[in-house]
Design a protein around this ligand. Sequence first.
Ligand SMILES: [Mn+2]
Length: 347
Amino acid sequence: MKFIHTADIHLGASPDRDLPWGEARRLAVYKTFEGILNTAREEKTDLLLIAGDLFHRPPVLREVRELAALFSRIPDTQVVLTAGNHDHLYPGCAMLSLPLGENVHLLDSQALSSVTFPSLKTVVHGFSYHQPGHPAPFPASVTAPKDGMHHILMLHGGDEQHLPLSFDALASSGFDYIALGHIHQPRLFERCPMAYCGSPEPMDRTDTGRRGYIKGSIDDSGVDFRFIPSASGEYRQVTITVNPASTSAQITDLLREKLDHSEKYFYRIILAGERGPDIRFDPEIISMAGQISDITDRTVPSFDIDRLLEEHSHDLISHYIRKLSGGTETEKKALFYGLAALLDPEG
Ligand SMILES: [Mn+2]
C-alpha cells in the first residue's frame, strides 16, 4: 500500500503579497499541490493523507468545487482529509455542503473517527477541528486496534493551543504510521513511524529551509517513509557581520556576490556586529541586492571610548561610560546602545 502524507497546503494563502514576487508565491501554493496530485496519479498512490489546513481559511463554495475537480483527477487514489485550525469546519460550511467525490473521505467529526479500506487492509483514523483552537491535549491512552489491519493516525497540532501532543505516548501507541500536520517544518521521528510532513511550500519568511511532503508504503513487513522536497521557493537566512567601516552600498555589493540569485531563493538578512557611530543602514538600498524579504538590523554603534571620555570629561556621558564599563559583551552592548541614544544629533 503506497501513501502520500501532506498537510498545511494553505490553499488561498498569499505569502509575501506585498513584495514583487507575491503573485508568483500565491500561484506556487496552488501549483505545488497540483504537482502532488500529479505524482499520486502517475505513481498510482493508493492513499493520499491530508492532515489539516488544506485551506488557509475555511473555504467558500467556489473553492470546494475547485477542490472536488482536482480530486476527480485521481480517481484511483483514496483521499482522506481532516480540517485543521485554519480551515476548521462549522455548521453549514462549504466543506460540509458539497460532495467532494467518491474517492474523498473527510473525517468531519470532532471526535476521533475512521475510514476503512478493505482492499488496502488499512484503516485511517483522525478528527477535524470545529474551532480555530484545540487546547485539549490528545489523549495519551489512544492505541491502535490489533485486528490484522494497518492503522494510520492523522493528527493536526502539537503546540499549546492546538492539540498538545505527547510524542512519547504516540511512539508507543502501536499505529503503523502517524501523519502529523500543523508544524510547517518537516520532522521525521526516528524511534517510531511518525512524521510532520511540513508544508509543501513555505508560507512566510519565517518558514526557512526546505519544504515538501512524505511518501511512504506499508505492507506486512513494515512501514517505510521518506521526505520528498516539493517547494519551488525557499527562504534562507543570511547573517552579515559588519564593521565600523561598513556602509549600505558595501553590504549591497557583498550580498550581490554572496547570494544565490536563482528565482527559487528568498532571503532574510540579519545585520550583526559593530557599525560606525554615524552609520544608518538603509534597508531599501540593501534590498536591491536580490530577492530579499526582510532585513533585521542587530548592529550596535561602535564608539572610541577613550576619546569620548576625554571630550566629555565633565558631563553625563563620561559618568555613563564609567558606570557601564564592566567589560562583558552584554555591558558593552548596553553601553553602545545608550551612547547611541545620548549622542544621536537627531534624537
Ligand atoms: Mn495548523
